[in-house]
Design a protein around this ligand. Structure first.
Ligand SMILES: *[C@@H]1O[C@H](CO)[C@@H](O)[C@H](O)[C@H]1NC(C)=O
Ligand SMILES: *[C@@H]1O[C@H](CO)[C@@H](O)[C@H](O)[C@H]1NC(C)=O
Length: 415
């Protein structure tokens, strides 16, 4: 809690990102840094050996087994938890990196869009299944041509199958394999849970998404403030420790647009040491990336990867008709986005703290429900005509409620 709470006080932000927070509260310890051959090039990363014998790098990406990792390791530049040491261990490297970056061209996607998974045992199942089911239903609602197939619980590493395992003790964060490989894959969860938003993020990795903030073009959109990263770290041309989780990855990206709202983009406060944001916009402002829901671009990207028809969401939703009875009785009829907005676009509106009720309506389905970048619109949910809204939002009071519902562009404030 410490670093994040301190930062929260500094900024007087009245919200608590339950779950999302845990991922960045307890930083990985015993981080080793070195150069590793990844499919698209050699990169300096930091990693941990998890108690399950699995190597996790870039904060939450499962590389594979220690043996697979050692095959790809070029050298070690920094020993665990030591930001100043640069003891050199040259490790003869053989073989090729075997892990996939599931991204065309040459990426390894889940064949046929079918993801096979299972829990290692019933303890892990009871600890993780609510969040896992949430992530699966959210992703499949958004990308209907992928399918998750659950297999009976088993802990034996099996080729082509993701086994959901838990750390034996509270490790503070969760991690997932990056895309499909024909080898065993893992999703490591925390015994106390990952939080819904982090689970969506981990499933983004499983489907093949990288970290958005490590894109080669990220310096055009966000600023990385290395001095605000929790120790151990080193800042400069060579990274070590947690700073490596923010270093640029030379991979290729299917989407031409940089997406601050991606569930794969770290929030401003990720791994901060209490001295300020680790990621800001170019004018040093905190990013408004809630790290709660899938963004429209996340959805269209994964649809592209799995050859689902890409439906471009309407830029702005249809204004509501003032004819009585068009809005569902649980919604208010035709409310303007905020006082004083010129030519306001009226829409049916849920009462504060509520969103669409039907479980088939995803938080990111902007044809059914959305938020707006207005002082009030930011925490209120607007719905299409006829959509019922009796479901409390994840956070249901205060200026940061309902952040899991996608926010439309500012042009949608007006007709
Ligand atoms: C970190 O390494 C030390 C020394 O090897 C070990 O005693 C400790 O358990 C490790 N901590 C974690 C969280 O793995
Ligand atoms: C480690 O390997 C990288 C990539 O080949 C190289 O650039 C770097 O100089 C090496 N560092 C050390 C300390 O050997």
């Amino acid at each position: 809690m410490r670093a994040f709470n301190f930062f929260r006080v500094l900024l007087s932000l009245p919200f608590v990102l339950r779950g999302a927070q845990a991922q960045f509260d307890t930083p990985p310890t015993n981080l080793t840094t070195g150069f590793v051959r990844l499919p698209h090039g050699t990169r300096q990363v930091s990693w941990i050996y998890s108690p399950n014998g699995i190597v996790i790098y870039d904060g939450d990406i499962v590389f594979g087994t220690i043996a697979e990792f050692n095959d790809a390791l070029v050298n070690i530049t920094h020993s665990p938890d030591d930001s100043t040491l640069s003891r050199r261990h040259d490790i003869p490297s053989q073989g090729l990196a075997t892990r996939a970056y599931s991204e065309p061209p040459g990426g390894r996607l889940w064949p046929g869009g079918i993801i096979y998974y299972r829990y290692s045992d019933t303890n892990v199942e009871s600890a993780a299944s609510t969040e896992v089911n949430f992530a699966i239903s959210t992703w499949t609602a958004a990308v209907p041509c992928i399918r998750f197939v659950r297999l009976p619980n088993d802990n034996k590493p099996t080729n082509g199958i993701v086994t959901i395992v838990a750390h034996s003790t509270n490790f503070g964060y969760c991690a997932a394999a990056l895309g499909y490989t024909p080898t065993p894959m893992w999703l490591e969860v925390d015994p106390s849970g990952c939080g819904d938003s982090t689970m969506l993020h981990e499933f983004g990795h499983l489907l093949g998404l990288y970290h958005e903030h490590t894109r080669p073009d990220r310096n055009n959109f966000v600023k990385f403030n290395c001095n605000n990263v929790l120790s151990p770290k080193c800042c400069g041309s060579s990274c070590c420790g947690l700073a490596c989780a923010f270093s640029i990855d030379p991979g290729h990206y299917p989407s031409p647009e940089y997406d601050i709202n991606s569930i794969m983009h770290y929030p401003s406060w990720a791994f901060n040491n209490g001295m300020g944001s680790t990621l800001t916009d170019l004018s040093n402002n905190v990013l408004h990336n809630p790290y709660i829901s899938l963004s429209p671009l996340d959805i269209s990207r994964v649809r592209q990867l799995y050859f689902c028809p890409v439906v471009s969401p309407p830029k702005c939703n249809k204004a509501c008709s003032t004819t009585p009875g068009k809005c569902h009785p649980t919604a208010q009829t035709c409310v303007p986005p905020a006082p004083g907005i010129p030519n306001p676009r009226l829409a049916c509106s849920c009462r504060a703290g509520f969103k669409a009720t039907n479980p088939g309506i995803a938080d990111g389905d902007v044809t059914k429900q959305w938020r707006l970048p207005a002082p009030e619109g930011n925490f209120r949910v607007w719905v299409a005509e006829g959509v019922e809204c009796n479901t409390p939002c994840t956070v249901s009071t205060g200026a940061f409620s309902c952040q899991e519902v996608t926010e439309l562009a500012a042009e949608c404030l007006h007709t």
